[in-house]
Design a protein around this ligand. Structure first.
Ligand code: GCW
Length: 755
C-alpha cells in the first residue's frame, strides 16, 4: 500500500484534486434529473416576493418532542433556507413575524387557537393561521397530531413554492379519506408487474442492513401529498414475504417510514398457511388455519407495532382464495379481519374478481361470444355479501368494471353496497395508458369517476361521497366546520408508478399522476386543473407562459389517448399479455374475455358490446337514473356508446355524422392533439431545463408514432367490417393490416417475465 502511494506524482495529486473539485462543483449545481419531484424548493426567483417572504418569517419556534415533529422541523428549516436563502434556527421565545408550529401539547397558544377558532379540525388535518398575539404577528402551523403538523409544513411550503400570499392565512384542511395508500405491484425479485420505471425500489436482498436513501426520499414525497400507507408487495402475492427473514426486511422499511406517518401493509397470499406454514389446507373456516393467521399477525405486530394490515387478491386470475375451499369472500376476508382486529389492522379485500375458475376448466371458450359478461361479475360476486363483512374490512374496487381502461363508466359496485365500506382503486402506472412513454395526466380520469353520480342514496351520491362515507352516513362532514361527524372506514388506493429510475416514474409527467393521486385522496373536491397548476409550479416553473402551456397540454392529454386508442366507448383492444399497442383482431387467448374481439364485437352490421336488456343487461346493475342515462343508443353519452351498445356503422351521431366517419375522425383527432402537444412543448425551450425538456420531447415523439400506429391499425382492422372509405382529412395508414398484425413485442416491459 505504502509503495503504491509513493508512486503518486505531484501531477497526479493535482489531477485528482481537480477532478474532486469539479465533482463537488457539479454536485452543487441544481441537477434537474427529476429526482427532486415537486419538492425542489429553489430560491424564490421573484425579488419582491422573496423580500416579502423573508420579512414574514423572521423567526421560528418549533419544539420537537417526537421523531415526526423533528422531521417536520428539519423539513421546514431546510426548505426555508433554500427557498429564502436565509438560515433560520428554532428558538424558544416568540418574536414578531414568528412562525410557530406544533400541537396543543407543545404550545398553549395553539391549544387555545384550536379549541376557540377551529374546534372541528379533524384527526390529521392541519391549519395555517396568522394572528396578532401580545403585539406580535404570528404565523401558525398547527394540528392535533404530530403528523398533521408535518402535513401543515408541506402545505405551507407549497404556498411559497407556488408564490401564494402568506400575510393573512386562515386555512384548515382535513383529509376526506382515512387510508391513502400506494399499492406496489412489486415482486420480491425486484420486477414490477405493470411497472415501466425500472426495477422495484425495494432492494429486498440488501434489506434490512442497507437503507437506501430513496426509502427516505419516498416517505418524504408521500408525506408531502398526504399518502399515509404503502402496500410494498404485489397483489399477485408471494408467501415468502411473511417468513421471519422477510419480515425483518419489512420491519426496516416500516422503521424508515414511521416518522413520515406512513404505515406498511403487505399482500397476503391466501395459501400461505400451506406454502410456508406446513398446514394441509388454507380453508378459512378451519380452526388451525385461523390460528395460523392469528399467530402470524402477532408475530408481525411484535416487529411492526403500527403495521397497517393486508391487501388480498383472492380467487382472481389464478390466485388462491376462499372459493378454492368452497367458502365465500366473506369467510376469507373476515378470517383476516379477526386476526388483525386486536392490533387495529385492516383488510383490503379486492373486488377485481371475474371468474374464479382457472382458464383451462372455464366454460368460456376463446370464441364464445355468449360467454358471461365480465363486466357483471364483481357485482354478482360481492353484492350478496353487502353488510356481512367485519368492520375492519374495506372492499377495494377498481374505478371501472373491467380493468383501468383509458375510459370506463364507474363500477356498478359503487352504487350497490350501502352497508360496506368501499375503497377506490386507481391505477397510476400506465398499463393501458401508453405505459412508460405517453404523457397522460390522469387526474381528469380520476375526477370523472369520483364526480359520477351513483344515485345510490338519491341524487348527489357521487362515487367520491360513497368512498368518503358521506353518501350513506350523511351528515358526516360539515363543510362549515370542516368536521367529520362520524367515521366509518374510508380509503383510496393508487397502483404505484414508481420504480428505481432516478426520476422515479421514467416519464417526468408520470410524477404528476402520483402527485394528483395523493392530493385527491386527501381532498377529492380539488379540480384536476388546480392540481395540475400547483404541480407545474412546483415541478417546473412559476413562469406564467410555462404554467399555462403545460397545463393545457396536461388537460388535453387524457382525452387525446382515449381518442387515439379507444374512442367512443371501445375498450380492451390492446396487445395480449403485455398490453402494449393495438390488437383489436386478437381472438385466440385461452378465455373469451381476454380477447379484444369479445369486447368490441365488430361485425358487418356494426360494433360495440350490447349491455342493454337486449344484450347482457349489465346496465341493470346501476341505479335506475344511471341506467336511464345510458340505456338508449340515441341519447347515451357518446363517450360510453360502445360500452353499452352495438351500433350500426351508419348510426347517426349527435353531430350528424355517421358512426364510421366519427370513429375515424376521433382517431385522427387523437393523433392531431399529440402533434399539438409537441408544438406546445417546443414553445417552452427556454423555460424548461435542458434535461427534462429533451426527455419529454423524445417521449412525445414516441407518443406521436404510437398514436398513429393505434389509429392506422384500428381503422384498417375495423374497415374490414364497415367496408366504408376512410373520410378525407386524416392521415392515411402507411402499412397494411397484415403488417400491424405481424408485430411482436416479446420483451415489452411490465410483465416481469411472469405472464
Ligand atoms: O390489470 C390487470 C393486470 C394484471 C394485474 C391485475 C390485477 C396484478 O393486467 O397484471 O395483476 O389486473 O389488478 O390484479
Amino acid at each position: 500500500m505504502w509503495n503504491r502511494m509513493q508512486t503518486f506524482s505531484v501531477g497526479s495529486v493535482f489531477r485528482t484534486l481537480m477532478v474532486t473539485c469539479t465533482l463537488l462543483v457539479s454536485l452543487r449545481l441544481p441537477a434537474e434529473d427529476g429526482h427532486r419531484l415537486w419538492l425542489r424548493y429553489d430560491r424564490i426567483d421573484d425579488a419582491a416576493l422573496l423580500a416579502q417572504y423573508r420579512n414574514a418569517v423572521a423567526a421560528v419556534v418549533f419544539p420537537t418532542p417526537s421523531p415526526t415533529l423533528l422531521v417536520a422541523r428539519n423539513e421546514l428549516l431546510d426548505d426555508l433556507e433554500s427557498l429564502l436563502s436565509k438560515k433560520l434556527t428554532s428558538q424558544t421565545s416568540l418574536a414578531d413575524n414568528c412562525l410557530l408550529a406544533g400541537t396543543p401539547s407543545t404550545s398553549p397558544i395553539i391549544a387555545k387557537l384550536l379549541s376557540s377558532q377551529y374546534p372541528g379540525l379533524a384527526g390529521d388535518g392541519y391549519l395555517l393561521h396568522t394572528q396578532q398575539t401580545e403585539g406580535k404577528h404570528l404565523l401558525i402551523i398547527a394540528a392535533h397530531s404530530d403528523i398533521g403538523v408535518l402535513y401543515g409544513v408541506f402545505a405551507f411550503l407549497r404556498l411559497l413554492q407556488t408564490h401564494q400570499p402568506i400575510q393573512n392565512l386562515s386555512v384548515s384542511s382535513s383529509p376526506l379519506t382515512q387510508h391513502r395508500i400506494l399499492d406496489h405491484w412489486d415482486n420480491l425479485n425486484r420486477t414490477v408487474e405493470r411497472g415501466y420505471a425500472g426495477a422495484s425500489i425495494w432492494n429486498w436482498h440488501l434489506l434490512p442492513g442497507y437503507i437506501d436513501q430513496r426509502y427516505i426520499d419516498y416517505a418524504r414525497a408521500n408525506a408531502s401529498i398526504g399518502v399515509n400507507g404503502t402496500v410494498v408487495t404485489n397483489v399477485n402475492a408471494n408467501s415468502l414475504v411473511l417468513t421471519p427473514l422477510y419480515l425483518q426486511k419489512v420491519r426496516a422499511l416500516a422503521d424508515v417510514f414511521r416518522p413520515y406517518g406512513i404505515r406498511v401493509y403487505l399482500t397476503a397470499k391466501f395459501s400461505a398457511p400451506v406454502d410456508i406454514g406446513g398446514l394441509k389446507t388454507a380453508d378459512p373456516l378451519d380452526p388451525a388455519v385461523q390460528q395460523w393467521w392469528k399467530d402470524k399477525c402477532n408475530e408481525i405486530y411484535s416487529l411492526i407495532p403500527d403495521f397497517g394490515g393486508f391487501l388480498v387478491k383472492a380467487n382472481s386470475e389464478g390466485q388462491p382464495g376462499p372459493q378454492t375451499y368452497g367458502r365465500t369472500h366473506t369467510d376469507g376476508a373476515n378470517m383476516f379481519a379477526d386476526a388483525l382486529a386486536p392490533h387495529g389492522g385492516i383488510v383490503m379485500w379486492r373486488a377485481f374478481v371475474y371468474d374464479a375458475r382457472p382458464a383451462a376448466t372455464s366454460s368460456t371458450s376463446a370464441h364464445d361470444m355468449a360467454a358471461p359478461d365480465r363486466f357483471k361479475q364483481a357485482y354478482a360476486e360481492f353484492t350478496p355479501f353487502d353488510g356481512k363483512f367485519k368492520p375492519n374490512v374495506l372492499i377495494q374496487v377498481k374505478n371501472g368494471p373491467i380493468d383501468f381502461q383509458p375510459r370506463e363508466p364507474f363500477s356498478p359496485l359503487f352504487g350497490a353496497m350501502s352497508r360496506t365500506p368501499l375503497m377506490m382503486e386507481f391505477q397510476l402506472t400506465q398499463e393501458y395508458l401508453g405505459q412508460g412513454t405517453h404523457l397522460v395526466y390522469e387526474a381528469p380520469l380520476f375526477k370523472e369517476v369520483l364526480d359520477a353520480d351513483t344515485y345510490a342514496n338519491g341524487k348527489g351520491s357521487t362515487v367520491a361521497r360513497v368512498i368518503d362515507g358521506s353518501a350513506y352516513h350523511f351528515p358526516m362532514r360539515d363543510p362549515a366546520q370542516d368536521v367529520r361527524l362520524s367515521s366509518p372506514l374510508t380509503g383510496m388506493a393508487g397502483v404505484s408508478n414508481i420504480g428505481n429510475e432516478r426520476n422515479w416514474t421514467n416519464h417526468p409527467f408520470g410524477q404528476a399522476n402520483w402527485y394528483a393521486f395523493g392530493r385527491l385522496a386527501w381532498d377529492h373536491t380539488l379540480s384536476a386543473r388546480e392540481i395540475a397548476d400547483e404541480w407545474i409550479r412546483q415541478t417546473f416553473s412559476n413562469d406564467a407562459a410555462a404554467v399555462s402551456t403545460i397545463e393545457k397540454i396536461m388537460m388535453a392529454s387524457r382525452e387525446a389517448i382515449v381518442n387515439y386508442m379507444t374512442p367512443l366507448g371501445l375498450h380492451h383492444i390492446m396487445g395480449y399479455n403485455h398490453h402494449f399497442g393495438p390488437g383489436p383482431w386478437l381472438d385466440n387467448a385461452s378465455r373469451a374475455d381476454w380477447n379484444p374481439v369479445y369486447y368490441h364485437r365488430a361485425d358487418a352490421y356494426g360494433i360495440g358490446f350490447d349491455r342493454t336488456p337486449a344484450g347482457s343487461n349489465a346496465l341493470a346493475q346501476y341505479q335506475p337514473q344511471v341506467r336511464q342515462q345510458w340505456l338508449d343508443s340515441n341519447t347515451c353519452d357518446e363517450k360510453f356508446l360502445l360500452w353499452f351498445h352495438h351500433v350500426s356503422w351508419s348510426h347517426k351521431m349527435k353531430d350528424g355524422q355517421i358512426f364510421w366517419n366519427e370513429l375515424c375522425n376521433r382517431y385522427q383527432s387523437g393523433v392531431d392533439t399529440v402533434k399539438w402537444m409537441q408544438r406546445q412543448w417546443q414553445s417552452l425551450t427556454s423555460l424548461i431545463d435542458k434535461e427534462r425538456f429533451s426527455q419529454v420531447s423524445m417521449f412525445l415523439g414516441i407518443q406521436e408514432k404510437e398514436a398513429e400506429w393505434w389509429r392506422n391499425a384500428c381503422i384498417l382492422y375495423f374497415q374490414t367490417f364497415s367496408r366504408m372509405p376512410i373520410p378525407a382529412g386524416g392521415g392515411g395508414p402507411d402499412q397494411t393490416l397484415e403488417y400491424y398484425k405481424s408485430l411482436r413485442f416479446p420483451y415489452a416491459p411490465g410483465t416481469g417475465g411472469s405472464l
